[in-house]
Design a protein around this ligand. Structure first.
Ligand code: CA
Length: 227
């Protein structure tokens, strides 16, 4: 069965281009030229993925994100944003978007990102997760690298577990703090950066040029385990 993609975009030429591109890859494509139609289709047709413009007439992309998540729908939402101000991106992520791509983007990159999200949402969470020469045993709470166990602190394990569960997604610092540290202790965004640094030293081939835990400037991090 082909995946169903909803594209919400008010710029007609871009909407047409995106529709043709995804249709030619065999996807079932739903399109909406404004936010109200987009929200309606998102709720009534349960697409497998939503490509969502933010600045839209009638109902904007933020409101769509919020409404979709409030209904408990969990399909990936990829924001198409003309804005690259970090506050706007962080707001979208906090309202439930999984990632963003800034306009103008290359179609090839968007298709690759969409494919990765769709593949991931079809694979069931496993007891162990492999990336590179690492294996994270989620049941035993252990990390192995090249077969040897690597000691992780409780926070490092929790952070890595969170990254794995949200792999490929742009993660704002606030969301990471909430998920890993909760709100019971005094922590700052610096706590995340320190924990990321020690985790990188344990899992990255070259911690100075990280490939798995990527920094998104002014926003946070994205865990990219590769294929
Ligand atoms: Ca727009």
């Amino acid at each position: 069965m082909s995946a169903r993609i909803l594209i919400v975009e008010d710029e007609p030429a871009l909407l047409r281009g995106l529709k043709d591109t995804f249709a030619s890859k065999g996807y079932e494509v739903l399109t909406a030229p404004d936010g109200a139609t987009g929200l309606d289709l998102a709720l009534s047709r349960s697409p497998d993925l939503i490509l969502l413009d933010i600045m839209l007439p009638r109902v904007n992309g933020y409101e769509i994100c919020r409404a979709v998540r409030e209904r408990g729908l969990e399909m990936p939402i990829l924001m198409l944003t003309a804005k690259d101000r970090e506050e706007d991106i962080i707001l979208g992520l906090n309202l439930g978007a999984d990632d963003y791509i800034a306009k103008p983007f290359r179609l090839g990159e968007l298709v690759a990102r969409a494919n990765a999200f769709l593949r991931r949402s079809r694979t069931k969470p496993a007891a162990a997760f492999r990336f590179g020469d690492c294996e994270l045993d989620l049941a035993a709470h252990k990390l192995f690298r090249g077969g040897a166990e690597i000691e992780l602190t409780a926070k490092e394990f929790k952070l890595l577990e969170y990254f794995v569960s949200r792999r490929g997604c742009a993660l704002a610092r606030d969301a990471i703090l909430d998920a890993v540290w909760g709100n019971s202790v005094i922590v700052t965004p610096r706590s995340i950066d320190r924990c990321v640094a020690t985790l990188r030293a344990k899992i990255e081939p070259d911690p100075r040029e990280p490939v798995y835990i990527q920094t998104i400037r002014d926003i946070g991090y994205r865990f990219e385990p590769g294929e």
